[in-house]
Design a protein around this ligand. Structure first.
Ligand code: AMP
Ligand code: TRP
Length: 349
């Protein structure tokens, strides 16, 4: 198959298979990805191979892959518009990762802050996979010659590494790349991060200075996608606030992290601005605002929750969707990875 000289615009992103998705994931990642599918060619991957860089219970991993797939579909991701699949079904990711392992330098990986955080104090005991994690992520992206990668701020360093790897591959093999017909010597594009930044940072309901997170011990700190209406209302009702009424202007949210967070959540759920939310609720008491926010959160999340449960009741159908997605993904990745193997000097079968 003929590959285009210049990679066509293509979005790629990956999500870890975790069953415990929360409002931060929903507003910060899922809603954004769903939006992008209307204007771009999008490939979204459940990164199960990344998941096992830390030990996972095999039965729970299978469930988590289905669960995150169901959540994204429930949030509006359309498997007929976007490609949706799990990483381990498309072996080109592993194949290209090996080649890129031989391009990336130890010194580059030694700088990765996420490895240091995840490996903790006992680094000698971390898996080799955890160390090589960012190279597999580069392979995910480059196997599709993807040009745009929507990620959270925390993934920026990995994206920069991906660009360095792509650049070094292009340099190291420039003659072979030109000989293969890529006249400007570029085989891999340098993908652009599309940072879903602080505007969509949803903070903990118990502490407005901390990110809402699945790893926070208190369940009251987050709204899970699986929470029912009563639980959502209870969590918002008990959310931390300050003793002042809501301000009239956005500038006055400064220094009031809890108020800022709740107003931000309302704005994101209602698809409007914080200023518009304050125009409506400014000067009023938190109790009134919280009641309206609960109603809105339930109205937005209940259908997602219901659809997710409906999908999860038929795991075989989810598996079929992922298998179809994997076939479509592979149709794109196979000719690219075959060409990369040819460029580095492997013989074809
Ligand atoms: P994680 O649950 O940390 O693996 O994150 C999965 C995705 O959700 C990433 O794209 C994150 O940037 C996004 N995300 C996680 N927590 C939040 C949050 N509190 N606010 C906004 N986005 C978030
Ligand atoms: N490392 C990313 C995260 O933890 C997930 C991921 C894996 C990814 N491969 C990717 C994101 C490729 C974007 C592109 O969120």
């Amino acid at each position: 198959m003929q590959l285009p000289q210049k990679p066509t615009p293509r979005v790629f992103s990956g999500m870890q298979p975790t069953g415990n998705l929360h409002l931060g994931n929903y507003l910060g990642a899922m809603v954004r990805w769903v939006e992008m599918q209307n204007s771009h060619e999008c490939i979204y991957c459940v990164v199960d191979m990344h998941a096992i860089t830390l030990w996972q219970d095999p039965g729970e991993l299978k469930q988590a892959i289905r669960s995150v797939t169901a959540a994204y579909i429930a949030a509006g991701l359309d498997p007929d518009k976007s490609i949706l699949f799990n990483q381990s079904q498309v072996y080109e990711h592993a194949e290209l990762a090996w080649i890129l392992n031989c391009v990336a330098r130890l010194g580059w990986l030694n700088r990765m802050t996420q490895f240091k955080e995840k490996a903790g104090k006992d680094r000698e005991n971390a898996s080799v996979g955890l160390y090589a994690y960012p190279v597999l992520m580069a392979a995910d992206i480059l196997a599709y010659r993807a040009t745009h990668v929507p990620v959270g701020e925390d993934q920026k360093q990995h994206l920069e590494l991906c660009r360095d790897i792509a650049q070094k591959f292009n340099n190291d093999f420039s003659a072979a790349i030109r000989a293969a017909g890529f006249e400007d010597g570029t085989f891999f594009p340098l993908p652009e991060p599309v940072i879903m930044g602080p505007a969509t940072r949803v903070m903990s309901l118990r502490d407005g200075t901390k990110k809402m997170s699945k790893s926070e011990p208190s369940d009251m700190s987050r709204i899970n996608l699986t929470d029912d209406a009563d639980t959502i209302a209870r969590k918002i009702g008990r959310a931390k606030t300050d003793p002042h009424p809501l301000p009239e202007s956005e500038a006055e949210l400064e220094g009031r992290p809890e108020a800022d967070n709740l107003v931000g959540i309302y704005a994101a759920l209602a698809d409007t601005s914080k200023a518009a939310v304050l125009a409506k609720f400014g000067g009023g008491q938190f109790s009134t605002f919280k009641a309206a926010l609960s109603e809105l959160a339930v109205a937005r999340l209940a259908p997602v929750n219901a659809e997710m449960n409906r999908l999860l009741a038929d795991p075989a159908e989810i598996d079929r969707i992922l298998a179809t997605g994997a076939r479509k993904a592979q149709a794109i990745a196979a000719p690219i990875v075959t060409r990369a193997k040819d460029i580095v000097g492997f013989l074809r079968s």
